[in-house]
Design a protein around this ligand. Structure first.
Ligand code: 2BA
Length: 110
């Protein structure tokens, strides 16, 4: 078994969840925040049998679209410790999906 971690855009999250569930994958969906844009995104965790991994990756690839996004880059306000302010706008291409596949040493459902 592998642990699949997929970070996707919020706009694709609901459709992706539906497709993974329809294909009988067990999934956990987390509300997350990207470090660069400091905007919301969605992270999926899925324990996937080795022989199902290609199917799962195919669903993610076919469902998640890359988009251009203009967003402020945040910089620390001088002298204000932990406070970050929008500094300048950047245009970036946000995935698709950012996917990690990890070996699972043990899996238990009690
Ligand atoms: P963010 O960190 O908010 O990044 C959003 C997009 O900003 C990235 O899209 C990329 O196009 C750009 N970007 C990120 N860091 C940058 C930098 N240091 N300089 C210039 N441009 C930068 P994606 O690469 O598609 O990433 C989408 C989201 O996936 C990220 O949101 C982050 O939440 C996650 N992610 C991407 N790579 C990751 C990694 N190696 N480890 C953990 N999370 C990652």
């Amino acid at each position: 078994m592998k642990l699949l971690i997929a970070i996707v855009q919020d706009e694709d999250a609901s459709r992706l969840l539906n497709k993974l569930m329809e294909a009988n994958f067990r999934v956990t969906k987390l509300a997350t925040t990207g470090g660069f844009l400091r905007a919301g995104n969605t992270t999926f965790l899925a324990g996937v049998d080795d022989d199902q991994m290609e199917t799962a990756l195919g669903i993610i690839e076919n469902t998640c679209k890359s988009r251009q996004q203009t967003s402020p880059v945040y910089a620390p306000m001088s002298g204000a410790g932990d406070i970050y302010m929008p500094a300048y706008p950047v245009q970036v291409t946000v995935g698709g999906a950012t996917v990690f596949v990890l070996d699972v040493e043990q899996f238990h459902r009690f």
